[in-house]
Design a protein around this ligand. Structure first.
Ligand SMILES: Cc1cc2nc3c(=O)[nH]c(=O)nc-3n(C[C@H](O)[C@H](O)[C@H](O)COP(=O)(O)OP(=O)(O)OC[C@H]3O[C@@H](n4cnc5c(N)ncnc54)[C@H](O)[C@@H]3O)c2cc1C
Length: 627
């Protein structure tokens, strides 16, 4: 492995086929044309493209960021070459059916293939990824007529997409947006307002840019219930579908960021000349709900991206630690002995283990989330259902019974996904940055210089706890809504999934880890029972600050479970197959990192448990004047 390693050769096969059994999805009619070979060939193409076209300009795009030149946004040519190759690969349409020109791939495989691109170059990757996210919303909620106008050319990447939610005065609180849309006599809409921080909001990479814009109609209900969603193309479309004139969408400015510098970040102004044409998506006033319905995939993508930037920093600092020599270690600690590679020092091992634990833990977590989407999407798919089911409720009764069971399973898994979504976004975002911070530390002084890339990984990743709903907002969503919605069914399903896995452990080392996790799961129950009572009292205010602690407790338990799943598989494979030395080392590394997570990270939640149980009010009692 070298400083340019994107993903260890064994990592994705292990996660996809050993831990998740992704091939089982091919028993469903939706994925029956696929098999491990087709999945592997897609991953191989992604790896090659990311290595050859995305990786080489990651640093250059950071140094030579997009700028405003001759009335246009200019950027280094390498971005367009990489973008064109990506769009020609068909990956933008990866999740859509063959009939729609897509590849009909499972979400699990799509997430896995994204690993190469995000590890190689998160900034250039943002252009196709944002397009995929915008298509996802249009595909689900726009009318057939509107879909026909935009979707085909977004699927091919001829048109790119954006998400235009944020305004200068309204970020976390989208209820306060001021952009308006007014219906004209002919039924069409005109939009007016300013948006801020819009990624990929202007560039020359595609023929047109399709903005998904949140706006309010006149007399809309106040708050989030009054927000509608519109498609606003940068250029209007002529009757024959060709790209026409400017649509009164203006670049008000480029924003200069800490990281992700290769992605244009824009302030956009819509309708300065009262002539910005917009297309309503779905029903009026349902805009935010549409956006949030499609947030599962988007939030997993953010979490996974954060884990991958953390992972890239880990691989980079690992390669450095093997090369850099410094000091001596007993018994070779005489001055005349050769200096040792720093990877042999206990403290450097600690920092590398933490990075491995955070990033591979995040990878396992987000792939589990993507796999959950596939399980939900295939619940009602009848083809070979019995053999495909990974759940205890496989069909064994009458067809009506079986239909009901599938519907129940789908509802349960959807609740679980809803519960996990804030965790899938926030935990890898927070710990990916911590991994990159440790990556800098492993490089010592070199980590603090711009001659090495460790600092760029940290700067790029620092965005992830901020966008797509800040981590603070995710913790509030978890603590006040997701844990309790629909009588807490999501939590019950989570407990069922964890206990099924723990009961199925057959190997000795992993069994010890499971025994260490069990008391924390019991303590979580106590905490949640306590909080369920607290919520009805005026002390509930303490949870507005302590939500972070609750997120940390739940997420650390979930990631511990993810590590136990990996250790269990690795131990089984060590004991039941005859792996070569390289594989043995890989599996031993998985087991050892699981031990690290359970012994070093899991116990740190004790402090958070105590804060929650005692309704600690230090933060909420702090008066503004005391700062
Ligand atoms: C590089 C970058 C790219 C982006 N790309 C896009 C994009 O493509 N499209 C788009 O629409 N937006 C985009 N954003 C905007 C991003 O989603 C917002 O920055 C984010 O939602 C936070 O909003 P804000 O910046 O206004 O911060 P604020 O909402 O002002 O929040 C500031 C702080 O206050 C906290 N806070 C706010 N409200 C509460 C509350 N009720 N309770 C507790 N704490 C609270 C926040 O957690 C945060 O710590 C991007 C931002 C950046 C930096």
């Amino acid at each position: 492995m070298s400083a340019n390693t994107l993903v260890h050769d064994f990592e994705l096969p292990f996660q996809l086929y050993d831990v998740l059994d992704t091939e089982k999805l091919c028993n469903h009619s939706r994925f029956s044309e696929h098999n491990r070979e087709t999945f592997d060939s897609v991953l191989e193409t992604a790896k090659k493209m990311a290595t050859q076209l995305f990786l080489p300009h990651n640093h250059l795009a950071d140094k030579d960021e997009p700028c405003f030149k001759d009335g246009k946004v200019g950027m280094i040519d390498e971005v367009k070459t990489a973008y064109d190759a990506y769009r020609q690969s068909g990956f933008i349409a990866g999740r859509y059916s063959f009939a729609e020109g897509g590849m009909q791939l499972p979400e699990t495989v799509l997430t896995a293939l994204s690993s190469y691109f995000t590890a190689a170059n998160p900034s250039t990757t943002a252009y196709p990824f944002l397009t995929s996210a915008a298509i996802n919303v249009i595909a689900h909620f726009a009318s057939d007529e509107v879909k026909a106008l935009f979707m085909p050319r977004m699927l091919t990447g001829e048109f790119t997409g954006t998400m235009a939610l944020t305004e200068p005065h309204a970020g976390s609180s989208l209820a306060d947006i001021r952009t308006t849309a007014v219906q004209q006599e002919d039924g069409s809409y005109r939009l007016k307002g300013s948006k801020m921080f819009i990624s990929a909001g202007d560039h020359q990479l595609s023929e047109n840019i399709i903005h998904l814009v949140l706006a309010k109609l006149p007399n809309a209900p106040s708050g989030v219930k009054g927000i509608s969603l519109f498609i606003v193309p940068k250029y209007r479309l002529n009757d024959d579908g060709s790209v026409g004139t400017d649509n009164d969408v203006h670049l008000a400015g480029l924003i200069h960021k800490l990281g992700y510098r290769g992605t244009t970040s824009t302030a956009l102004s819509f309708g300065d000349n009262d002539d910005c044409h917009a297309y309503l998506v779905g029903e009026p006033h349902f805009g935010l709900r549409y956006m949030f319905k499609m947030m599962n995939e988007a939030r997993i993508a953010v979490g996974f991206g954060a884990a991958m930037i953390g992972y890239r920093g880990y691989q980079y600092s690992l390669a450095y630690a093997k090369e850099r020599t410094q000091g001596r270690i007993a018994p070779n600690n005489k001055p005349e002995d050769d200096a040792t590679a720093i990877i042999n020092h206990g403290d450097v091992k600690r920092m590398l283990l933490a990075q491995k634990a955070y990033s591979e833990g995040g990878i396992a977590l987000c792939l589990y989330g993507s796999n959950l989407i596939d399980r939900i999407n295939t619940c009602e798919d009848s083809a070979n259902q019995a053999s495909a089911s990974t759940d205890s409720t496989s069909d064994d009764g009458s067809s009506e019974d079986s239909t009901n069971k599938k519907a129940t399973l789908k509802a349960e898994l959807s609740e679980l996904l809803d519960l996990l979504t804030p965790v899938l976004k926030a935990w890898p975002a927070e710990y990916g940055v911590k991994a990159n911070d440790l990556g800098i530390q492993v490089l010592g002084g070199a980590g603090y210089t711009r001659e090495y890339y460790a600092e760029q990984f940290w700067r790029d990743n620092r965005l992830n706890p901020i966008h797509e709903g800040t981590n603070g907002i995710q913790a509030l969503d978890l603590s006040f809504r997701k844990l309790w919605q629909n009588n807490g069914i999501g939590l019950k399903i989570l407990q069922r999934e964890i206990s099924q896995d723990l009961q199925n452990i057959t190997t000795p080392e992993t069994a010890k880890l499971a025994d260490k996790l069990t008391p924390y799961i019991e303590e979580l129950q106590t905490v949640l029972l306590h909080l369920s009572r607290l919520l009805a009292t005026e002390k509930a205010i303490t949870l507005t600050a302590n939500a972070q602690a609750l997120m940390n407790v739940l997420a650390t338990i979930i990631v511990s479970w993810m590590w136990i799943r990996q250790a269990s598989k690795a131990e089984q494979l060590l004991l039941t197959t005859s792996p070569n030395l390289e594989k043995q080392q890989y599996y031993c590394g998985k087991i050892q990192t699981a031990k690290y997570f359970i012994d070093w990270e899991l116990p740190t939640i004790r402090r958070d448990i105590e804060l929650l149980i005692e309704d600690n009010s230090v933060c909420t009692d702090m008066q503004v004047g005391w700062f």
